[in-house]
Design a protein around this ligand. Structure first.
Ligand code: FES
Ligand SMILES: [Fe+2]
Length: 381
């Protein structure tokens, strides 16, 4: 692991995107095509669809995506759109499909939830001229499981790799947190009135921590930050954001700092005194603490509105105790809301003519510059 001392960063300011990149609908459409419909995205946890027929729905812009636990035990991804005359299929954010099928609420076309093929289309006889039922399955997309999370890629190009090549096969230093074996104790969706890039930019820097996060800063003082990966994330979608050390009088990353849960079995005592952060670009952040993991994924609704899907994961054996994760949840819920307030103010400001040329990035927010590079490179591919 390469430690980068703050004092060894290249002393060179870089620029943010121009203001319009944070609110223009054209830019948003370009990002959908070149980033969101290309990259592997983190759709949720396997525990959200535990039983055959369980489903969750995710939305990117106008695109609605259905993830179903099939009868083969795998999670299958389908566009949530009927092939007859286009109706949305599943209307809830999550639910359960019975009998291995998914039925359209408009004219009752029925599809297999395993492979999407059209099972029945009332009053569409097989010999109807111009109609071949095999040509109208639910459209599918690729899904994978990585570290207990469900991932998807909407990329249909022949050259698109079936593997999540951007992600390391192993998590290296972080493997000992055994993310796949944890379970969500809490899942929450936030709505933020801001462009998704402003949220990602905020998530990779702690320059703002002293100003807006008194609780977080008491637990992990911003002066205790370090970074250890100066390789350009544009080469990969895995961004090692860095770590923060707990304040001396804190045993845990929480409001009180009091240890109420054991630390993860395989981490070192030094690890237990840190919170490590990494990001799988374009849209996730993972924070690994001594005894829980906080993570989120972003789901852009429009150029100026984003949903944030947040998870608090812990050892499943602990989760049958009522309120066992409350301290971790409250700690991050307070911190998240402080972030959303600041980011929404930024969203308002970037629309000013005064910001048309963009802003500037310095030493303490240098990773924002890496994110900007990554997006620029992705857009030009
Ligand atoms: S639009 Fe789905 S059955 Fe008609
Ligand atoms: Fe923050």
């Amino acid at each position: 692991m390469k430690l980068i001392d703050r004092n060894n960063l290249a002393e060179k300011a870089t620029r943010t995107f121009p203001g319009a990149a944070y609110y223009s609908d054209e830019q948003f459409q370009r990002e959908l095509e070149r980033i969101w419909f290309k990259k592997w995205l983190c759709a949720g946890r396997l525990e959200e669809v535990p039983k055959v027929g369980d489903y969750i729905v995710r939305q990117i812009g106008d695109e609605s995506l259905l993830f179903v636990r099939g009868q083969d035990g795998d999670v299958h991804g389908f566009y949530n759109t009927c092939r007859h005359r286009g109706s949305r299929m599943c209307l809830s954010a999550s639910g359960h499909l019975r009998g291995g099928t998914v039925t359209c609420p408009y004219h009752s076309w029925k599809y297999s939830m395993d492979d999407g093929h059209l099972l029945s289309a009332p009053n569409f006889p097989d010999n109807l001229e111009g109609f071949d039922r095999t040509q109208f399955p639910l459209m599918s997309f690729k899904t994978k499981v990585w570290q207990g999370f469900i991932w998807c890629s909407l990329d249909t190009e022949e050259s698109a790799e079936d593997e999540i090549s951007q992600l390391p096969a192993e998590l290296g230093y972080y493997e000992k947190y055994h993310l796949a074996e944890l379970k969500p104790g809490k899942v929450l969706t936030y709505e933020v009135n801001a462009n998704w890039k402003l949220i990602m930019e905020n998530s990779v820097e702690c320059y703002h921590c002293t100003t807006i996060h008194p609780q977080l800063s008491r637990a992990t003082p911003p002066d205790n930050a370090w970074w250890w990966n100066d390789e350009a994330p544009s080469e990969s979608d895995f961004l090692d954001v860095g770590g923060m050390t707990l304040a001396e009088n804190f045993e845990r990353a929480s409001l009180t700092g009091i240890a109420t849960r054991p630390q993860f079995a395989e981490i070192t005592d030094d690890d237990a005194r840190a919170v490590y952060y990494f990001s799988v670009l374009p849209h996730t952040l993972f924070g690994l603490a001594a005894d829980y993991v906080f993570c989120f994924s972003l789901w852009p609704v429009s150029a100026q509105k984003t949903k944030v899907l947040a998870y608090w994961l812990a050892d499943p054996d602990l989760l049958n105790q009522d309120g066992i994760l409350d301290d971790a949840f409250e700690f991050w819920d307070i911190t998240n809301k402080q972030d959303w307030t600041a980011i929404e103010l930024a969203q308002q400001g970037v629309k000013s003519r005064a910001f048309a040329g963009g802003g500037v990035i310095g030493l303490d927010d240098w990773l924002v510059g890496k994110f900007v590079e990554y997006i620029k490179k992705s857009l030009s591919e």
